[in-house]
Design a protein around this ligand. Structure first.
Ligand code: FES
Ligand code: FES
Length: 152
C-alpha cells in the first residue's frame, strides 16, 4: 500500500507493507536513519518521534496508521540550519557517549520543553523515563536538559 505523510514539514510518499512499523518506514523507505532501532518493543525510546505533536515510539506505530499524519523526527528538530538548543546542550554537556539513545532523548526533551519550559527534576525524570541510556548514567543528560531549559 501507499502512504503519504508529512515528515519534518515535507510531504513524503512511501510504498509499504501493511504490517511494517513507522520506524521501519522512516529508516528504510524514507532514508531517515536518525530514529534508532534498538528493542522494537516500546521499551527503550531510541525510536521516539512526534506524531501529530505527540511523543510516540515509532516502533509501536504501524506505518499505515501514520498515513495522512504529521511526523517530526530528530532530523527535523534543527532550525534554520542550526542545531536545536537541545542538541547544542547535549553536545556542550557531554551527554552523548555511544549516541544510540541520543536521538530519542533529543526528541523527548524537545517535547518536554515544549510543554514545560522550566521543568523541575521530577518532571525531567518522568519525561525521560521511557528513554534508556546504557552509557551515561543520566547525570549529563539531566545537565543537558537543564541547560536547554536555561537553568544552568
Ligand atoms: S526501538 Fe522503539 S522503543 Fe526501543
Ligand atoms: S549514550 Fe550510549 S546508550 Fe546513551
Amino acid at each position: 500500500m501507499n502512504i503519504t505523510v508529512t515528515v519534518n514539514g515535507e510531504a513524503r510518499q512511501a510504498e509499504i507493507w501493511p504490517g511494517e512499523s513507522l520506524l521501519f518506514a522512516l529508516r528504510e523507505r524514507m532514508g531517515l536513519p536518525g530514529s534508532k532501532n534498538a528493542c522494537e518493543q516500546g521499551e527503550c525510546g531510541s525510536c521516539s518521534v512526534l506524531l501529530d505533536g505527540k511523543l510516540v515510539c515509532a516502533c509501536l506505530v504501524l506505518a499505515a496508521q501514520a498515513d495522512a499524519h504529521e511526523i517530526v523526527t530528530v532530523e527535523g528538530v534543527a532550525e534554520d540550519g542550526r542545531l536545536h538548543r537541545v542538541q547544542e546542550a547535549f553536545v556542550q554537556t557531554g551527554a552523548v557517549q555511544c549516541g544510540f539513545c541520543t536521538p530519542g532523548l533529543i526528541v523527548a526533551t524537545v517535547d518536554l520543553l515544549q510543554h514545560k519550559p522550566d521543568p523541575n527534576d521530577d518532571e525531567i525524570r518522568e519525561a525521560l523515563s521511557g528513554n534508556l541510556c546504557r552509557c551515561t548514567g543520566y547525570q549529563k543528560i539531566f545537565d543537558a536538559v537543564r541547560l536547554a531549559a536555561g537553568q544552568a
